[in-house]
Design a protein around this ligand. Structure first.
Ligand code: FAD
Length: 259
């Protein structure tokens, strides 16, 4: 059995339980204060820990791009059992778009030389759902997306890739990138021992310059020109059953052309 080195992308986001706030000037989400582990990424961390166990040993490294040297979300994933983390934090990355984020994460991942890169299919706040594939493209790795089941045997990645009709069985050689769906595994809760150990696990903090990237390469290719509140959802139609509710429902569905 060969030890496995898995790198997991971990986004740290404003707590979705508190309403997000937009910066009036940049029109981007304010990301000050404490950030938390994006729940979508807890599945990637858990899957990586299980793959390393199944390989009989190895290591899970976390990679995150976040402002203000923020590590709270990383400490949660370290408490789950990851060994160490790489944090890229640089004021020049404020307002980064998905491509810029992918370039930064790809440069950090390249330094770690992993056998496998994991990410969630989409984040909870920006959810462009494009960063993992852009990372794979930049690193020249095969990418398998929407994984609902992941196995590694003798250097080959086997994935059940979720589709609308069910799933495809996909295989490819390592190194590779896989994006996992929520529910692929049940993330473990960090134990008290894990939380204590996480406090002293290494977090290497890097700037854009440390990655050998120059700011010019990272200019966002998009500008947010306007932000408007989403239309409020209208109340649904209430059908009172006077013996003909089924007819009214059918009529309503026919109007929607779903029947
Ligand atoms: C409301 C909102 C709307 C946005 N709209 C756009 C847009 O239309 N176009 C655009 O280019 N950008 C947009 N952004 C910015 C974009 O969200 C960020 O640049 C972000 O870092 C990457 O994109 P994402 O969250 O959409 O990633 P996704 O592709 O949805 O993320 C998938 C996975 O990639 C990994 N990942 C993503 N970001 C990081 C990170 N910073 N550190 C570590 N792992 C990470 C995680 O595993 C994550 O689960 C938006 C941001 C917000 C908050």
């Amino acid at each position: 059995m060969r030890a496995m080195h898995v790198v997991v992308c971990v986004k740290q986001i404003p707590d979705p339980a508190t309403p997000g706030e937009l910066d009036p000037t940049t029109k981007t989400l304010k990301r000050e204060g404490k950030l938390i582990l994006d729940e979508s990424d807890a599945y990637g961390v858990e899957m990586a820990l299980q793959l390393v166990d199944a390989a009989g040993g190895g290591e899970v490294t976390l990679v995150s791009m976040a402002p203000n040297s923020e590590v709270s979300g990383l400490r949660t994933a370290l408490a789950m059992g990851a060994a160490k983390a790489i944090l890229v934090s640089d004021d020049s990355l404020a307002g980064a778009d998905a491509l810029t984020t992918a370039k930064v994460l790809a440069a950090a991942i390249k330094r770690a030389e992993p056998d496998l890169v994991m990410a969630a299919t989409e984040s909870t706040d920006g959810y462009t759902g494009t960063v993992p594939e852009q990372i794979a493209e930049l690193l020249g790795l095969p990418s398998v997306t929407f994984a609902s089941h992941v196995e590694v045997r003798d250097g080959t990645l086997s994935v059940r890739r979720q589709t609308e009709a069910g799933y495809d069985e996909v295989e490819c050689p390592l190194p590779a990138l896989v994006s996992v769906t929520a529910g692929v595994v049940e993330p473990r809760y960090p134990s008290f021992k894990g939380i204590m150990a996480a406090k002293s696990k290494p977090v290497e903090e890097l700037t854009v310059a440390d990655l050998g990237l120059d700011a010019g390469q990272l200019d966002p290719r998009q500008e947010i020109v306007e932000v408007a509140p989403a239309e409020e959802r209208k109340a649904g139609e209430i059908i009172h059953d006077e013996g003909d509710a089924h007819l009214k429902v059918v009529e309503y569905l026919e109007k929607l052309k779903v029947l």
